[in-house]
Design a protein around this ligand. Structure first.
Ligand code: CMC
Length: 436
């Protein structure tokens, strides 16, 4: 048992009042004890031993991680130690992707080589187009994306070799490269427009905008403000440690499934309105409210729990989400190009009320990343169905960084939580004619 240098010990003494026995368990860094240390606590020798019960993992660390640091109380977010504000200001999305995936900012040569590799993996097999064409004209873009990414695993059977670091890296590059292509194809399908192939001389975000919006011209040059705004939004969404979708990626990956299958699962987790589907839900909510005059009636419903204020609240942040502050500034820049989104007034008024009223203040309901992002996406011409996809493109990087870290962590094994069984005791089968 370690001495902590202050005369105390980095241990925890647990007294079981059922038996009067005491147990001393180590406290690891960050006020953490190992759940497995509880298993020695038993009433009788043959007992299974004690477990912790934690629905929704609100107080359980599932991993050690070097990737993303969040201090939810202070509103701090850092990737590999670098504050999100500095990265959003001074970096590019692919540079941040390299940082998250490799652990360090790239040298110029490393960045050039990474950008080159991503650029040259943007094309998808033509059969992927046939797959997408099988969807109904009004299919939700996220549903199409989940299927498409899952389908990619069948094109790259070697991706199953997840314990080979080189094979892993090739799949990582493929996924980062192909997400915008497939996202643009899903959008074009929805609009009934011909697919536009990737252009290698454009930047990651310019190429994406080109595949989305080029119609009837040879060259498409996105507005540089919008190109940069999308890049900043991608940086802000790139990772967020052990959230619902990253945990899904790790859990699926822990069975050594290939990364395309694991990422399809992570995307499904992201799709829900409480996670990455919230940006879409925010826009639908703002449109439903319709005008500032209708806000008081809407807020009454939130207080009565008939409505949820989408884009507010967070499991980890109990202060202003630092990503929301940056997005708010980005929104101003975008609106100077596109014109002001008329829903902004409703959003600002909702925020004002939420930051000042007791119901919201005592529950720490600050705007999160999804509150303002949808207003920007809408101003840039994206339909609401694309919003979760715009979250998923950059978050691929975070999922893949988490997946890679999980596979390299000798402490990780197949994920397998326990349960507290509350069902029936053993009972004998009853023939159907004797039931009821
Ligand atoms: N509107 C109204 N009340 C809320 C909201 C909200 N958006 N969020 C939480 N609350 C209330 C909730 O009713 C509860 O009140 P009470 O204690 O009186 O029952 C209290 O605040 C605690 O809420 P919770 O649901 O236990 O908190 P959680 O940590 O389980 O949920 C959350 C976090 C993000 C799912 C939730 O805040 C929420 O549903 N927000 C709206 C959806 C949203 O914007 N999601 C995007 C999250 S950020 C991007 C991402 O990471 O995906």
């Amino acid at each position: 048992m370690a001495d902590n240098g202050d005369g105390g010990k980095d241990t925890l003494t647990i007294r079981d009042n059922r038996t009067g026995r005491e147990y001393e368990v180590d406290i690891l860094e960050g006020d953490v004890v190992r759940a497995m240390d509880l298993r020695q606590i038993k009433v009788e020798d043959g007992d299974f031993g004690m477990m912790s019960y934690d629905p929704a993992f609100t107080n359980t660390a599932s991993t050690r991680s070097d990737i993303t640091y969040i201090d939810g109380g202070k509103g701090i977010l850092r990737y590999r130690g670098y504050p999100i504000e500095q990265l959003a200001e001074r970096s590019s999305f692919l540079e941040v992707a390299y940082l998250l995936l490799k652990g360090e900012l790239p040298t110029q040569n490393e960045l050039d080589s990474f950008v080159h590799d991503v650029t040259f993996h943007t094309y998808v097999h033509e059969n992927m187009i046939k797959l997408l064409e099988g969807f109904r004209y009004d299919a939700h873009a996220m549903g199409m994306m989940i299927s498409a990414i899952g389908a990619l695993s069948t094109f790259y059977p070697e991706a199953k070799d997840v314990l080979d670091a080189d094979v892993r890296w090739t799949q990582i590059v493929r996924l980062v490269a192909k997400m915008p292509t497939l996202a643009a194809y899903a959008y074009r399908h929805h609009r009934g427009l011909p697919y536009v192939y990737p252009e290698n001389e454009l930047s990651y975000t310019a190429n994406f905008l080109n595949m989305l919006y080029r119609i009837g011209v040879k060259d498409y040059h996105p507005n540089p403000v919008l190109e940069r705004a999308l890049d900043v939004l991608f940086i802000l969404h790139a990772d967020h440690e052990q959230n619902c979708s990253a945990t899904t990626m790790r859990v699926i990956g822990s069975s050594q499934a290939d990364p395309f299958s694991a990422q399809a699962g992570a995307m499904a987790a992201l799709y829900g309105p409480l996670h990455g589907g919230a940006n879409e839900a925010v826009l639908r909510m703002l449109s439903r409210i319709g005008s500032v005059d209708n806000i008081p009636a809407f807020m009454d419903k939130v207080r009565n729990r008939e409505e949820r204020l989408m884009g507010f609240g967070h499991r980890v942040y109990k202060a202003y989400d630092p990503r929301a502050s940056i997005i708010k500034r980005t929104a101003d820049e975008v609106f100077q190009v596109t014109g002001r989104n008329p829903l902004l007034d409703i959003a600002l008024e909702l925020e004002k009320i939420a930051l000042n009223e007791e119901f919201f203040v005592e529950r720490n309901l600050y705007p999160n990343v999804d509150f303002y992002s949808g207003l920007i996406y809408q101003a840039m011409g994206f339909p609401v169905e694309m919003f979760p996809v715009l979250f998923a493109i950059p978050r691929s990087v975070g999922w893949l960084a988490q997946w890679q870290e999980m596979l390299e962590d000798p402490e990780q094994r197949i994920a397998r939580p326990r349960q507290v069984f509350t069902g029936a005791e053993s009972r004998d089968f009853v023939a159907i004619e004797s039931r009821g």
